[in-house]
Structure formats: structure tokens, C-alpha cells
Ligand binder design. Sequence first.
Ligand code: ASP
Length: 332
Amino acid sequence: MSTRRKFLHKLGFASVALVAAPKLFASLPTEKTNLPIVNAPPIIISTWSHGIAANEDGMKILNSGGKALDAVEKAVWVVEADENNHSVGLGGYPDATGRVTLDASIMDHLGNAGSVCYLEEIMHPISVARKVMEETPHVLLAGSGALDFALQKGFQRQNLLTPEMEIAWKKWAETSEYKPIVNFESHDTIGLLALDKNGHLAGSCTTSGMPFKLPGRVGDSPIIGAGLFVDGEVGAATATGMGELMMKTLGSFLIVELMRNGHSAQEACEMAVKRIWERYKNEKESRYFQVGYLALGKNGDYGAYSILPGFQYALAMNAENKLIDSDWLIKK
Ligand code: ASP
């Protein structure tokens, strides 16, 4: 018997298990593929009330037969470009030193991924993330490297700190008190998932991160598996809220894996939220812990869940586009 076989034998693995294992894993990715359609595509689901405008733009692409990947990129432009939205792109809250730094990620149904983090002076980080995905061998570019790359690709540099946000930052700097605020202005990151008429999934996630964050802080949004995950054979998930919690639990990846193993999109979101709460509820600041997850299955099944009340999402399907209050965990 070979040393490896002896070792496995000692651990109690029967030879039959060794033979069966590769087959088992090979079957995993397609397990959900033949599930009955729950909702017919096209479908877009996105975080917060700003998702309504984004869904509308994305649906124009999907209704005319366009690709989910194009829809998830172009849909979030309207939010990134809105200077009155203070959590994404232009007009986003700056960090503690007054710099607006952006995080974004994108994934397609084939498992391709691209992201940028700590990117400054570019209004559409989602499009830079797509270029990283499509035109480099990498997944994530950060800071000045991401900016240089964007400029090489023809993106225009611009000041993203609006006069309104500069005033807000100066006022905050008088005390420099960092307080996480639950459901900040009822619109934070936009995470958006789309299923096109061909049954292809894609997702995008873009944010200016936590207001007045420590310089250098990067959140969950550009981290594949934390703020966004797409598996074209199963489903997609995205997140908003306190990024550190999603980063420590890889919640978006977890949700898709739970769906792969037979859970509905709703059950998977609930399980991922409970995972966070069970593990971190005893931390001092846990009363501020807000995380909202969205999920969309390849079969049109969708779900949403958050730790605290107040999380809303926009759902576009069947010629409707509506804002919905998510269910949540901490009811008392
Ligand atoms: N998840 C984002 C971050 O932690 C912020 C948010 O969604 O509010 O950067």
C-alpha cells in the first residue's frame, strides 16, 4: 500500500470513498441547473431605494435582449453619477482625511470577476472593474495602480468631493467622532443582480464605503465572495451594510453555496445573516450591526434578509419595478 493510501486508510477512509469523491464534487456545480423556473427572466434585484432608478436602466437593456453583464454595469451608472447620493461614486462621503475612495466589483455568469478598491477621482469604478476583468489577467486593482490603469483605459479624472460633502466632512472633523450609523440615509452601497433572457446571471456592487472611514480602509464591496458572488450555474448574491462583517464570513459566497446545496434564495440569505449574528452578537457595538443580503437564483428565485429593520431593495420583473421592505432578524 502506498504511503498516502496507508495514511488515508489509518484515517478510516474506505477505498470506495476515494473512488466516489471526485464524482461527488463533479456533480456539485450542476445540481441546481435543472430546477423549475420560479420567476421568468428578465429580473433585476438591487439594494436600497436608489435601486429603482438603476433597475429601470438595467431593464431597458434586458428587455431588448441585452446581456446581464451589460445591464449590471450600466444600471449602476445612474447611482454612481448622482451627486445627491452620498454613498456611491460622485458625491460620496469622504474618508476621515476628506478623500473620496471608491470600491466596486463585477462578475459574469462564467465566473469571471473584476474589482477595484481605494480608487480615487473616477466616477464609474464599476466600469474600471469590468476592464480589470476583461482586459487584465487580474481580479483586483487597488489605489494608485487602479487609477493609473483607469487613466490608461481612457477614463477621465475628476474631483468627486462635492461642496456639500466637503462641508459635511469639515463639520465631522470638528469632533472626528466615528459612529457607525444603521441604514445610513437609507441608501448605502448599490449591489445589483440580473438574470437575462438567456438565463445568464451577472452582478455588480459599487460604493464609497463607510462615511469618514479610516484612510486606507477597504470594505466588502470589491472582495469577491464578500460583497458579491455569482455562479452562473446556481445563483448570485450581494451585500450592503457593515462590510467588515461580510468580509469575516464571506457571506455572498456562502449564500450561493447554500443555494447550490438546495436552499431557496430566501433561506440562504437568512442563514448567512444568522451566521453573522451568532458569531458576533456579543461584540460591544453589535447593536449597530446592519447587514442586508440579496440573492437571485438562476431559476428566478430571489431572496432578501437583514440583521436589523430598515433594509429595502428594488425588484424589477414582470413589467414591474418596486421597492420592498426586507424581512429582518432582530425583531425586538
Ligand atoms: N458595505 C459597504 C462597506 O462596508 C458600505 C455599505 O453598504 O453601507 O464599505
